[in-house]
Design a protein around this ligand. Structure first.
Ligand SMILES: [Mg+2]
Length: 126
């Protein structure tokens, strides 16, 4: 997985830094960061687009559900793996994320690096 471009979209700076730190433990990625869905959309439009996106759901400006729907409408956007970041207490967010076009989801706080790694591998190697 090394060398892959990974976009981390999360409005909470602490959460974003923690995830970026954990990703650096998993592999040598090129990590891009966005703090809301609108920023994420602009980054996904770049050439080359990211290889995989971690998408928080509740964010200002544009939330993760809407950003995912917008990404899916872009040329090539349908094939970019998107893993939603869900708040554990919010039952139903996972299903809403899948319905919006996310491929998978992870509950925050993310503690199990093995789970993150296996989800990334499955989506990057399909
Ligand atoms: Mg948030």
């Amino acid at each position: 997985m090394s060398g892959k471009r990974i976009l981390v979209v999360e409005d909470n700076l602490d959460n974003r830094r923690i995830l970026v730190y954990r990703l650096k433990r998993i592999g040598e990625f090129e990590i891009l960061e966005a703090s809301n869905g609108q920023e994420a959309l602009e980054i996904v439009k770049q050439d080359p687009p990211p290889d995989l996106v971690f998408m928080d759901l509740k964010m200002p400006v544009m939330d993760g559900w809407e950003a995912t729907r917008q990404i899916r409408k872009l040329d090539g956007g349908a094939s970019i793996p998107i893993i939603a970041l869900t708040a554990q207490a919010m039952a139903g967010d996972e299903q809403k994320a899948l319905a919006a076009g996310c491929d998978d989801y992870l509950a925050k706080p993310i503690v199990d690096l093995g789970v993150v790694r296996s989800k990334m591998e499955r989506l990057l190697e399909r």
